[in-house]
Design a protein around this ligand. Structure first.
Ligand SMILES: Nc1ncnc2c1ncn2[C@@H]1O[C@H](COP(=O)(O)OP(=O)(O)OP(=O)(O)O)[C@@H](O)[C@H]1O
Ligand SMILES: [Mg+2]
Length: 206
């Protein structure tokens, strides 16, 4: 950007096991989102290697990377990132539509039920509370049954009570075997995880 290359991550040596629940913590600007973008196959590292399920993804082309992402990873964001003009169920159906899967309505309903929103399916995001919006986003993330869920500050815009409800949902996903990687500033969120990865100035610190 502008003045030339910016080194954002370096010497990151990290192993996350299948089924693990880890949180990533660190000051603003330390590189957490950048690391999540690499883990989530949205970005590729300029150097080094990254294997997902034992397969090197750092040197894949865009299409293969997108395929690896769609097969493996569901995303949840701080600001929910729902489509404003679409209902809850339509938002959840979207990944199914892109994946070309039939019977998407039934699957979307099932996912919304799993997050306790079966009575809000026809509501648009502006007719839902923050916690409900995040539930829709979680339903969207799990509808394709990905083995890995990534969340970049998924409780960052929620009050503590609603945050706890969302964490209970994540906890349930972990209990069912999902690998969970969450970025958080909140020690209460980190307390749910099995391991905290601390990042400072683009490096993993102990
Ligand atoms: N597209 C970009 N071009 C140049 N620098 C960038 C770009 N995106 C991020 N950075 C820089 O990379 C560093 C890490 O950013 P990143 O978004 O990963 O931090 P973060 O730990 O997620 O911060 P926060 O807690 O505020 O979300 C920052 O110094 C940021 O300014
Ligand atoms: Mg960030």
């Amino acid at each position: 950007m502008g003045g030339g290359p910016v080194e954002v991550l370096s010497s990151v040596d990290l192993d996350i096991k299948k089924g693990e629940f880890v949180t990533i913590m660190g000051p603003s600007g330390s590189g957490k989102s950048s690391l999540m973008n690499i883990i989530g196959c949205l970005d590729r590292p300029t150097e080094g290697s990254y294997s997902l399920n034992g397969v090197r993804v750092d040197s894949m082309d865009e299409d293969s990377l997108a395929a690896a992402r769609n097969r493996n990873i569901g995303f949840v964001f701080q600001s929910f990132n729902l489509l404003a003009r679409h209902t809850a169920i339509e938002n959840v159906e979207l990944p199914l539509f892109y994946a070309g899967i039939d019977g998407s309505e039934a699957l979307a309903k099932e996912a919304l039920k799993e997050v306790g929103l079966e009575r809000r399916m026809k509501h648009r995001p502006n007719e839902l509370s923050g916690g409900e919006r995040q539930r829709v986003a979680i339903a969207r993330a799990i509808v394709l049954n990905p083995p890995i869920i990534l969340g970049d500050e998924p409780t960052g815009n929620l009050d503590s009570r609603t945050g706890k409800e969302i964490m209970a949902l994540f906890d349930g996903l972990h209990a069912k075997g999902t690998t969970l990687i969450l970025v958080t500033h909140d020690p209460n969120v980190a307390a749910y995880s099995q391991r905290v990865i601390n990042i400072k100035d683009g490096k993993v610190v102990l």
